[in-house]
Design a protein around this ligand. Structure first.
Ligand code: ADP
Ligand code: MG
Ligand code: MG
Length: 520
């Protein structure tokens, strides 16, 4: 981290800029982004058109013109909590009875979680053959500002915890690099110049960190007893637009010596290109589509697909997931770890401690330890939507037009675009049978203080007040049977930013944009 001084929250940041200056910045970013892979594939509508019949084009990822100011206190808090979060979710993944109980609470209204759990039960009845489990996690936060203290304090409050397909680690590093580049070249030339030393841009090692997790699992797998070369599989969605984010990790793994072969396998092609060795260990074998004589033993399956119902259009898709799960490959994640990431688990873990009794969290992390305190400090109010006293209270809030505006209603889904916000909640609930309300959780909205910035999206500059969401990555490799943790690392971060009024912030979903942190 290099710095001389920092942005004062009261100062005018980003600096006042002329239209010419903004256009010039946009032009510089346009080239830098493609030149360095801060990019996404062109939308399918363009690919299908005559403009790009072979689908070779890419466009810059939406990004802010300046790194957004972000409170140091909250940034450091998120970094510091990550190892405790890694331990927590490794422990939750190992507690099958706890997970079974949580799943039971949502399963009536949620076929996806039901089917996911069925995969676990099938493999369990046969017996898992791979004790190691890999998590590439991302804990997401927004800043809660407490104005009652002077100066106001800033706390990182957790939005959610991702245990599968935690994306944007690749692009986040390049968003950091872009802003570093602009700080050295362009910002100082503005009429209201911004000297590089004014910004404090923390380092971001997300690519090395996440790739390091995959490499550690690859090594821990051991040698192939069948005499094959080993490989890592990136399990991906067909037509993925966010492919460069994934490629950055792949290219990083490619730097290892001796070489670690990495192959991209579309979820729909699992059965065609993989098989399970006919022995009790059930090694997963990958036959290269271009060379059927080349067979690899899959050491690690990194899933960037399989997190939502869209990847499972039929029973064959579920069978394919089961096929992977019963194999000896190290899964990132296992079904159990994926289930540990559902929002219901987050809600249960954040249940306040009843007086004189241990908290639910203490099943996994001892109460009153520094780790437990770090976790508690990131929790915000989340309520069940069941028929317990607290649940009935939550239902009242959700249905009340005055109170509902302070909440978001979440189903057990990943990938953005699934939540119901504020005033839309009552009408939405009327469309869901009351018996299925349990499969949602009600979460208090975190309202971070907006800052000014510019978003460059599709060549257009949007100016305004924006809010940011910090993601902190973690890698964890553990033994499901013994509980031994072989690796537990904080692995870089992500800043995504969206217009103050926008409800969802997903970059891939088209609402938010890439950003990086300038500490305030
Ligand atoms: P997903 O797993 O689909 O990403 P999230 O829980 O992260 O689901 O919600 C999606 C987005 O909705 C977040 O990125 C954030 O912008 C917004 N959001 C979710 N929960 C909250 C909250 N409690 N307060 C404010 N915004 C929220
Ligand atoms: Mg999210
Ligand atoms: Mg998520």
């Amino acid at each position: 981290m290099s710095r001389v001084s920092k942005i004062e929250p009261t100062s005018s940041y980003p600096p006042e800029t002329t239209a010419d200056e903004l256009n010039h910045l946009a032009h510089t970013i346009k080239d830098w982004s493609i030149g360095n892979g801060l990019a996404v594939r062109t939308p399918p509508t363009v690919i299908a058109s005559e403009a790009d019949p072979t689908g070779i084009t890419a466009v810059p990822a939406p990004v802010t013109l300046f790194p957004s100011g972000f409170p140091r206190q909250a940034f450091l808090q998120g970094q510091k909590a990550q190892q405790a979060y890694n331990d927590l979710y490794a422990a939750v993944s190992r507690d099958e009875r706890f997970l079974a109980d949580v799943v039971k609470q949502v399963i009536d209204g949620d076929d996806f979680v039901r089917d996911l759990w069925a995969v676990h039960e099938t493999v369990k009845s046969e017996g898992y053959t791979q004790p190691l489990s890999l998590g590439l996690f991302r804990s997401d936060y927004m800043v809660h500002e407490d104005k009652s203290s002077s100066p106001p304090t800033h706390q990182a409050k957790q939005v959610e915890f991702n245990t599968i397909a935690s994306s944007f680690g690749g692009l986040s590093v390049y968003a950091s690099k872009l802003h570093n580049f602009l700080a050295k070249t362009e910002y100082a030339l503005l009429e209201q110049s911004l000297a590089p030393e004014v910004l404090e841009l923390p380092e971001n090692n997300a690519i090395e960190g996440l790739a390091g997790g995959l490499e550690a699992a690859y090594q821990a797998y051991g040698d192939s007893e069948l005499g094959h070369d080993k490989c890592v599989i990136f399990l991906v969605q067909g037509g993925e637009r966010n492919v460069f984010d994934q490629r950055h990790l792949e290219y990083q793994i490619g730097k290892a010596t001796p070489t670690i072969p990495v192959f991209r396998l579309p979820f729909a092609d699992i059965v065609e290109h993989t098989s399970i060795a006919a022995n009790p260990k059930r090694q997963l074998l990958y036959t290269h589509p271009r060379n059927p004589n080349k067979v690899f033993e899959v050491a690690v399956i990194y899933m960037r697909a399989g997190y939502g119902p869209g990847d499972y259009p039929n029973q064959q898709a579920w069978d394919a997931r089961c096929h992977l799960e019963r194999s000896h490959a190290i899964k990132c994640p296992t079904v159990l770890t994926q289930v540990a990431g559902i929002k219901k688990v987050q809600q249960v873990l954040a249940t306040p401690r009843p007086s004189s009794e241990p908290s639910i969290l203490s099943k996994f992390i001892k109460d009153d330890t520094p780790s437990a305190i770090a976790l508690w400090n990131t929790f915000t109010n989340i309520y069940p939507m069941d028929t317990s006293d607290v649940g009935l209270e939550a239902r009242k809030k959700a249905l009340d037009p005055k109170q509902c505006v302070d909440y978001v209603l979440k189903p057990q889904r990943e990938g953005g675009g699934n939540n119901i916000y504020g005033s839309a909640i009552p009408d939405f609930l009327k469309t869901v049978p009351e018996g299925h309300w349990n499969s949602y959780i009600l979460m208090e909205l975190i309202k971070p203080p907006p800052v000014k910035n510019f978003i460059l999206r599709n060549g257009n500059i949007e100016k305004g007040r924006v809010i940011s969401e910090l993601g902190v990555y973690g890698t964890c490799l553990w033994n499901q049977t013994t509980g031994e943790v072989l690796r537990n690392e904080q692995a870089g971060w992500l800043l995504r930013t969206k217009g103050e009024e926008s409800e969802e912030g997903g970059v891939a979903a088209g609402y938010g944009c890439m950003d990086s942190v300038s500490l305030t």
